[in-house]
Design a protein around this ligand. Structure first.
Ligand SMILES: C[S@@+](CC[C@H](N)C(=O)[O-])C[C@H]1O[C@@H](n2cnc3c(N)ncnc32)[C@H](O)[C@@H]1O
Length: 288
């Protein structure tokens, strides 16, 4: 910690920093990042981006946002580091277990009627959510006929996801989540302990394709029966949320299901009237 800065100050501008100039610098930095690298953070919620930028700047030993701009525009490795800090990658297996319980009850019976199932996990981070879904589908006898497309803006987290290895010290929490999500087997059957990691059965990733996809700029790439995008839209402003909802609407088959995070909903989205809720756990069925 430098100059007697408190932990609070690490994630905010120094007190003398001019607010109007700070906004200009942030907008210029985000514009530069977009034009140089194609990562579009211009429509992310401003307060959240601002906090993350200052945290990054302080940790990098820089003094101004302009200094960070200079660094990232000239050094792709610095951009990779910034990307890691701008995209919040927090995740967990069976995060919000009631969501998965509702998925089993509300969605699985509908999926049984399909010969082939396409699932898109958008913003999948390091893959915990994807393996959770693969286990659920496997237990319901649906995995064989499923293809899971798992995407994220961040290639570093995708590389981690492809390994199928998660921290061993979280397995107790994940086991509890799994049981609360309606899992009835012994959770430890699915992984082998390797040093401090839990290696999940490679069969669970056999039908999964991981690839980079940017929800802010990229287009639809297939038609899906299920789209899961949880805890991603909360970081976007209204305009970007509307763009992503248009993308999901376009990418979902009729009667396809959209699953959102516990703090996200379709309320006030331009597509609200096109879906009906399935239960109360942020699952929505496209009806028109
Ligand atoms: C908080 S994590 C959520 C992970 C998981 N869906 C869950 O709920 O546990 C948010 C993820 O969204 C990704 N993300 C952020 N902006 C994105 C964008 N424009 N396109 C695709 N993914 C994005 C981040 O890289 C991060 O991995």
């Amino acid at each position: 910690m430098k100059d007697g800065a408190t932990p609070e100050a690490l994630a905010s501008a120094p007190p003398s920093y001019d607010a109007a100039r700070e906004r200009i610098e942030i907008e210029l930095l985000l514009e530069g990042v977009f034009r140089q690298y194609g990562f579009d953070f211009r429509s992310y919620a401003f307060a959240s981006i601002r906090r993350r930028l200052w945290k990054h700047i302080t940790a990098a030993g820089l003094r101004t946002i302009s200094a960070l701009q200079e660094q990232v525009l000239h050094d792709p490795v610095a951009m990779d580091r910034l990307l890691l800090d701008l995209s919040v990658n927090v995740t967990a297996m069976y995060r919000d277990p009631v969501f998965y319980q509702a998925f089993r009850q509300e969605v699985v019976p509908r999926l049984r009627t399909y010969p082939f199932i396409r699932v898109w996990h958008a913003g999948c981070s390091t893959g915990e959510e994807v393996v959770s879904m693969a286990i659920l589908l496997e237990e319901e006898g649906l995995y064989e006929r499923a293809r899971i497309y798992a995407t994220d803006i961040n290639e570093v987290v995708l590389q981690q996801a492809r390994t199928g290895i998660f921290p061993l010290d979280r397995m107790q929490e994940y086991t509890e989540n799994y049981i609360r999500a309606g899992g009835a087997r012994s959770f430890s059957e699915y992984y082998t302990a390797r040093y401090d990691g839990a290696l999940f059965s490679p069969a669970l990733l056999a039908n999964v394709v991981f690839s980079q996809h940017n929800l802010a700029t990229d287009r639809s790439f297939a038609e899906f029966n299920v789209i899961i995008c949880r805890n991603v839209l909360i970081y976007f402003d209204r305009t970007l949320q509307a763009r992503v909802h248009a993308l999901f609407y376009e990418s979902l088959a009729t009667f396809g299901v959209l699953g959102l995070g516990s703090k996200e909903s379709l309320r006030l989205s331009p597509f609200e009237a096109c879906y009906e809720p399935l239960g109360t756990s942020r699952l929505y069925r496209k009806v028109r």
